[in-house]
Design a protein around this ligand. Structure first.
Ligand SMILES: [Mn+2]
Length: 318
């Protein structure tokens, strides 16, 4: 009998869509498919997720563990929001966490292709290759200049999505479907992706001119206050202007929440870098990877008062 899974995926993220697409490909191979598409974005409401009952057969890709899911793949070290869930968790064929995998897409492809006799399409391998490059910015394969020029389809989709606060569910679904059936370039050529990217690139080029004035270097950490959303694309551009810096902090607002988003300079990572996700989780209830994460604050003042401690921690690991 064929199974249909509700798919919970990391929305507005290339790896989120690509990992759902890759899972869909393998489910389709055995005659299964997705039923409902449920996009999730950080920060997920933890109280809700904890008490949430998955009534339908469900799969989760690239986002928080939930014990109700029949299939779950993730690569985020802060994926367990409940200590009991983590303690009871047993890895099996369909519940896999690999924090060393650069992308969830790569994790799914490597895991599931080893279990099938059928030939894996080149486009899926390409998709995983790019997800691996972009999700953890593989500084050996791309330069900060590549990230300013945004020539490859993966960058065009990824950076546009990342900057878009809301993409309609039907478009998210279309993107996943296209990524599971056609090459990356055709996803970049979806009219709404193309339009969105061109608009994004124009704004981004303008932002680069403004950004330099807004960046504040403190020790080895670059800080940018972008609460007013004056500029976009600030995740990596600071390292173009300050190539010798080790970390960056972006101060942004999502709805009513104030967020400090922190990252390590992929082109100039210290020998013993800070554990960013761990620090943000421990001190401010945030989360992420060792090299990138974010923390939510209820007020601007609370975020700003956390800043000196955060900067001191980062500079100590410079
Ligand atoms: Mn990911």
């Amino acid at each position: 009998m064929n199974m249909k899974y509700d798919i919970y995926f990391h929305a507005n993220c290339l790896d989120g869509a690509a990992s759902a697409a890759t899972l869909k490909y393998f489910l389709n191979l055995r005659g299964d498919d997705f039923a409902k598409y449920i996009p999730l974005q950080h920060p997920v409401n933890k109280k809700w997720w904890r008490s949430f009952k998955m009534e339908q057969p469900s799969a989760i890709t690239d986002i928080l563990y939930h014990p109700g899911a029949k299939i779950w793949f993730d690569h985020h070290p802060t994926t367990f929001i409940d200590n009991n869930w983590e303690k009871k968790f047993r890895k099996d064929d369909w519940h896999i966490l690999d924090t060393k995998s650069p992308s969830c897409t790569g994790l799914i492809l490597r895991t599931l292709s080893s279990r099938t006799e059928s030939k894996i399409p080149v486009r899926l391998k390409e998709l995983a290759k790019w997800a691996d490059i972009i999700d953890r910015i593989d500084s050996k394969k791309i330069s900060v200049k590549d990230l300013l020029e945004l020539k490859s389809p993966a960058f065009q989709i990824g950076f546009f999505l990342d900057n878009e606060s809301k993409v309609s569910l039907s478009r998210q679904k279309q993107l996943i479907d296209v990524l599971s059936k056609r090459p990356l370039a055709s996803a970049a050529n979806l009219p709404w992706v193309r339009r969105g990217f061109i608009k994004y690139k124009k704004k981004f080029d303008k932002s680069l001119l403004q950004m330099k004035k807004m960046l504040i270097l403190q020790g080895k950490t670059v800080f940018i206050d972008n609460l007013e959303r004056k500029v976009i694309g600030v995740r990596f551009a600071p390292y173009y202007f300050y190539p010798k810096s080790n970390y960056s902090i972006r101060f942004v607002q999502h709805g009513k929440i104030f967020i400090l988003a922190v990252g390590v300079n992929p082109w100039n990572s210290p020998k013993k870098p800070a554990d960013i996700g761990w620090f943000l989780e421990k001190n401010y209830g945030g989360g992420g990877h060792p090299y990138a994460g974010s923390a939510p604050f209820k007020t601007k003042e609370k975020a700003l008062s956390a800043l000196p401690q955060l900067i001191a921690y980062l500079n100590k690991h410079a």
